[in-house]
Design a protein around this ligand. Structure first.
Ligand SMILES: [Zn+2]
Length: 136
């Protein structure tokens, strides 16, 4: 089994497109409203595009109108790592894949969305791969 935490930048560059590498491994952000999953309502499971670990489900995806796919909860709490990010002069909480450490996006709280958690996991489409399947 591959230990994704030991993969070097050069190996990641071979595995990922330049755009994927920039977001997943350099904590980039794709522009709003262009990501392939922004408005997707297909039933299925979203996996980390870097390592394939299942991270989010369509059942927790909601329409936030923020321009990126938004989830009110990950598939399970231990699937992701949340880390304080002070870049850009803001205090944000970065969301990383717990399996490989790749950048997913950020999580925001207390914005008043009508969801069970009032959390918004704002995730880059390019960090995810959607597999269509029934989610119970
Ligand atoms: Zn991963």
């Amino acid at each position: 089994m591959t230990d994704f935490k030991l993969i070097s930048d050069d190996q990641w560059r071979e595995r990922l497109t330049p755009q994927e590498f920039h977001v997943l491994r350099e904590a980039g952000t794709e522009p709003p409203h262009v990501g392939e999953y922004t408005n997707t309502t297909t039933e299925g499971v979203y996996s980390c595009r870097a390592c394939g670990e299942e991270l989010f489900r369509s059942t927790e995806k909601f329409e936030s109108h923020c321009g990126w796919p938004s989830f009110f909860s990950p598939l399970a709490g231990d699937k992701i790592i949340e880390k304080v990010d002070l870049s850009l002069g803001m205090r944000r909480v970065e969301v990383l894949c717990a399996n490989c450490g790749s950048h997913m996006g950020h999580v925001f709280e207390g914005e008043g969305y009508d969801t069970p958690t009032d959390l918004r996991y704002c995730i880059n489409s390019i960090s995810l791969t959607l597999e269509e399947k029934p989610v119970s």
